[in-house]
Design a protein. Structure first.
Length: 497
């Protein structure tokens, strides 16, 4: 197929190939091996298709690329409008990168309702990708809400002991918060006559629509929905329960990309549509972000549960993203976007590693382990690489984004950078202390003496994670070359507000 022709369809393919795969699975016979193999094939195909985006993305070209814009519904005026810039493109690729790994990590851990599990996995991925590529607010909201159902079912049906409680809590938090965003969208449609992102942005920027009296409420409507999804302190209480009770693949997609829907929304809509309000509200939002960085790290440090520790680390790391966005510096915004991607890789890998040891011992309690480096040296090596990536060791992915965010925050206001930098220290404390308790020392629990090390499938899952962490740390320019022009475009709107 001609490249220019494919450009017009590529976003639709990346969204609807996994959705089509989910629909085909519904008529599949219940042969588990065939279901797993077919889902893996669909996931790999989706990832390959998504690579068309960075390969053919034109660096420096203004606006969105790979756009498709067709009338969907005449009344109300709703368009099937999709497109990506340097920020959303990499979030799409991150989603498709994680999907086949999620299928592989569930190969032997899901034994009941296998067909339903893989249908939900594909539907969730399609909805998340749809969120990142939608440029019509109605379409965005459609995919945003569509992602709730498969995620809640993955937690509620395939999770652990308190799965129903965690699923209901996750669903209610995000559903209720989304109502405020819907109200803001409807107000904008009533005054602009379109749900199209570009039309609304242009109408606000030119003064065609006066939001002087309602701007703060519109900003808060979007902000509440996105802050809960991030989750930003103090809206974070649903996250640890959801992570601990979710199956491994659910935790990986939840931490890897579902939370990024919140930070992406803050950047695209709160800053992109309401730059003046974003600038006006930045100080108190940054305070929440810095509190989240320190609070998440301190609470993670005292967790006896390995998976809950990683969950609270997400609250801390995503605080850096929000800090970077609302610092309104090029370094901060580029760094915040890079942290989104790096966190998706490193925290996704941490949840994968937690899931692998859970399959062997059926517990996440740190006190149950100790000395695992003796019994499982390959597992311990991968865990150490990802741990160092998560705490921001230079030459690994965590360092680049956090360094840029802290530099941007320091440029905006030195005290922000100084206080937030303590989060990096706390991160090293809780992650290395956890690693020391799980892997070093003598084996005191006899159940750990005969644990088998990683098999070929498990190594095949972890190698891409480790490789991505290393490449992102050594050659961040591969990502930031596309991110920087998109961020500059957003920043220009804030400065010229």
């Amino acid at each position: 197929m001609n490249t220019h022709v494919l450009d017009s369809f590529i976003l639709s393919l990346v969204v609807f190939v996994p959705l089509g795969g989910a629909l085909l699975l519904m008529i599949f016979p219940r042969r588990e091996r065939d279901i797993r193999a077919f889902t893996l094939a669909v996931a790999v195909l989706t990832f390959i298709l998504s690579l068309h985006l960075p390969v053919h993305y034109v660096i420096g070209q203004p606006g969105f690329q790979f756009e498709v814009n067709s009338q969907w519904i005449h009344s109300p005026n709703i368009h099937y409008h999709m497109g990506v810039d340097g920020v959303s493109m990499w979030l799409v690729v991150l989603t498709t990168f994680l999907l086949p790994l999620c299928v592989l990590m569930s190969w032997h851990s899901v034994h009941e309702r296998v067909k339903e599990f893989h249908i939900l996995l594909l539907m969730l991925s399609a909805a998340i990708i749809g969120v990142f590529v939608s440029l019509d607010l109605f379409l965005f909201y459609f995919f945003w809400e569509a992602s709730l159902i498969p995620m809640a079912l993955l937690i509620g049906v395939f999770g652990h002991e308190r799965r129903v409680y965690a699923a209901v809590k996750f669903f209610l938090y995000t559903m209720i918060a989304s109502v405020f965003m819907l109200a803001a969208m409807l107000w904008l449609y009533a005054h602009v006559g379109s749900f199209d992102f570009s039309d609304i942005q242009r109408a606000i920027a030119t003064g065609a629509v006066d939001i002087s009296g309602s701007g703060k409420w519109l900003f808060l409507g979007f902000f509440i929905a996105f802050a809960v999804k991030v989750p930003l302190f103090p809206f974070h209480t649903w996250l640890p329960d959801a992570h601990v009770e979710a199956p491994t693949a659910g935790s990986v997609l939840l931490a890897g990309v579902l939370l990024k829907m919140g930070t992406y929304g803050l950047l695209r809509f709160n800053v992109g549509l309401f730059p003046a309000e974003a600038h006006r509200n930045a100080p108190w939002i940054i305070v929440l972000a810095i509190v989240g960085i320190i609070y998440g790290a301190l609470v993670a440090m005292v967790q006896p549960n390995m998976k809950k520790l990683v969950a609270y680390s997400s609250v801390s790391h995503l605080g850096f993203v929000v800090l970077g966005i609302f610092s309104f510096t090029t370094l901060g915004l580029v760094g915040g976007t890079f942290v989104m991607l790096a966190h998706g890789v490193s925290t996704g890998a941490l949840f994968t590693l937690c899931g692998m040891i859970y399959e062997r011992r059926h517990t996440y309690e740190i006190s149950e382990y100790g000395g695992l480096a003796t019994a499982m040296p390959v597992y311990a090596t991968f865990f150490l690489i990802i741990t160092l990536a998560s705490i921001g060791l230079p030459l690994l992915n965590g360092f680049v984004g956090e360094f840029m965010v802290l530099s941007g925050a320091f440029l905006a206001k030195p005290i922000w950078g100084i206080i937030a930098a303590s989060g990096v220290i706390w991160s090293a404390c809780y992650m290395l202390w956890m690693y020391q308790r799980v892997f070093y020392g003598e084996i005191k629990n006899d159940a750990n003496r005969q644990l088998r090390d990683l098999n070929g499938r498990e190594r095949g899952i972890l190698i891409p994670f480790a490789a991505a962490a290393l490449i992102m740390g050594v050659a961040p320019l591969l990502w930031t070359r596309a991110i920087d022009p998109a961020v500059q475009n957003i920043l220009a709107q804030v400065i010229g507000r």
